[in-house]
Design a binder for this molecule. Sequence first.
Ligand code: NAD
Length: 365
Amino acid sequence: MSGVGGLDLWRPVAEAVDLAVPVEHRRPIAIVGAGAIVDVAHLPAYRSAGLEVVGIFDIDQERAHEVAGRHDVPRVYASLDEVLADDRVEVIDVAVVATAQPAIVRAAVAAGKHLLCQKPFAPDIATAEELRDLAEAAGVRVAVNQQLRYDEGVAVARAVAGLGWIGEPTALTVHVDIATDFGAWPWLLVSDRLEIAYHSIHYLDAIRSILGDPTTAYCVAGRRPGQAPAAETRTMSTLRFASGASAGLHVNHENLGGDLRAEFRLDGSEGSVRGTFGMLYDYPHGRPDTVELFSRVVPTDGWVPYPVTGRWIPDAFAGPMGSLLRWIATGEPAPTAAADNVATLRLVEALYASVAGGVAVEVGR
Ligand SMILES: NC(=O)c1ccc[n+]([C@@H]2O[C@H](COP(=O)([O-])OP(=O)(O)OC[C@H]3O[C@@H](n4cnc5c(N)ncnc54)[C@H](O)[C@@H]3O)[C@@H](O)[C@H]2O)c1
């Protein structure tokens, strides 16, 4: 197959979304937290990428041994101090309940370790800025695991926009209507924040990676009477950008009807990219994303499918770690560096302020 619509067309996009980690960038990694996401995403993605995980720590030691055994991780640490004292460890990958993360980051930065943190990076902007500044002062690299940017569907949309194939981007929409069992995370059931802070934060970060930072945000949030989680499970958000572009998100986790939907679409002046987030059709395994391009620039003959090869879980998880390792090796800042992630958190805060006030809110800088 060759020519327009064939593999030749997609070569520059495939190169832009490649997540291979060069051998010379690889550094020994220790993981803190042996929960569900480390088991199904972090460890499988790192193994596929050829990365070395030297040990793992969890306050639940039984769980740490179980996960280490399943993934051939050679060492289980008995404490965080043991992790920090291991001279072999250059990078610490944190994946614990969000409230426990800042204390671990402070200790690891003081020990001179580079870090990949889970999202949300911090519970509030002040803490995020404090952690960012601590890392900068200590000369260590801290990035955040906002891996949806590296999911193949999103990465293809960003690459296509970057190549000019859809002209000037004008609008990005996300429509997710799924049934999420939040019982898998007992700490989330009682959290006073849910949908925006723990789920839509992925879309918000991905949107920022394509359209930049919005100027204004508006959000309405709701719950389904009788739902298990305490906080919001449905949000409808609108973002405005200085370029004139807009973004709209409708995300619902309480779809009772079985007609699941997880779609995105990026429109431009000369074309569009549309696709689906395959993972959300049966979390965490799901199915591959779909991505299609319509372009008057290339031009394409109608909608042309991109040959997807990876999944959000686990494949996209190689993205944030790979870019952190590139940062350490070359000095090129990771796209999801803590300094960048503060802007994603500002957007989260703006949306909650909009929900609380019932008004559109200017997004802080
Ligand atoms: N796509 C994604 O990026 C994604 C998906 C799911 C979860 N997450 C995030 O990853 C983190 C973990 O989620 P999970 O699904 O694995 O949760 P989980 O509840 O399955 O696991 C959390 C683990 O952290 C351990 N832990 C808690 N405090 C600790 C501490 N101080 N030191 C060491 N270990 C500690 C717990 O014992 C548990 O094993 C959360 O921040 C969550 O928001 C991200």
